[in-house]
Design a protein around this ligand. Structure first.
Ligand code: ADP
Length: 197
């Protein structure tokens, strides 16, 4: 059964960590739009040149461009059985085009949306402090002012997707505060309940 799982949540919610684990567990790729864009910037591709400034400012890459990037990725054979989408969709526009896209590439549609819930103060602490981790490898977008901008963008553009997917009956809220293993267990329980339903 092909299956598209979306991880939703504010920046710093731990989506990436859980997406990697879940992808390994489900045997499908993790598709992180943030990682893909950062790779494009690092390799200085035409896409990278277009998005670098946008990313550094903490703003969103235009929907049309993201749609191309995601469609091209989900069309690849390794996604034939599904994917864990991490960081996509992030706007109403992206969400509205995702179901048709999923159908075009042979994945039925969005199966389940896991919403990682983390209080705003906690998230701000995590993303403005990220640069201190990992031996000083500062990510250009992780200074405090940029962190605030990313949160503002999340609130304005992405948070409404919680309601959007709740109304469609595919949203599952996951408490995102706790250890990586605790959160992983909550995700697994939610997916199991899904399968049993
Ligand atoms: P986070 O650290 O918040 O999880 P990501 O690593 O997912 O952030 O993304 C980093 C940056 O890449 C975003 O701030 C944005 O500029 C760009 N980006 C990633 N995914 C998208 C998307 N779906 N739509 C628009 N821009 C995106």
């Amino acid at each position: 059964m092909s299956r598209l799982i979306v991880l939703l949540g504010p920046p710093g919610a731990g989506k990436g960590t859980q997406a990697v684990r879940l992808a390994a567990k489900c045997g499908v790729p993790q598709v992180s739009t943030g990682d893909m864009l950062r790779q494009a910037v690092a390799a200085d591709t035409p896409l990278g040149k277009r998005v670098q400034g946008i990313m550094e400012a903490g703003d969103l890459v235009p929907d049309e461009l993201m749609l191309e990037v995601v469609e091209e990725r989900l069309s690849q054979p390794d996604c034939a059985d599904g994917a864990i989408l991490d960081g996509y969709p992030r706007t109403r526009g992206q969400a509205e085009t995702l179901d048709p896209l999923a159908k075009r590439v042979g994945l039925g549609g969005v199966g389940v949306v896991l919403n990682l819930e983390v209080p705003e103060e906690e998230v701000l602490r995590r993303i403005s402090g990220r640069r201190k981790e990992g031996g000083g490898g500062e990510r250009a977008d992780d200074r405090t002012d940029i962190a605030k901008e990313r949160l503002r963008v999340y609130r304005a553009e992405t948070a409404p997707l919680v309601d959007y997917y709740r109304k469609r009956g595919v949203l599952r809220n996951i408490d995102g505060v706790g250890s990586v293993d605790e959160i992983a267990a909550r995700i697994d329980a939610a997916l199991q309940a899904e399968e049993a339903a």
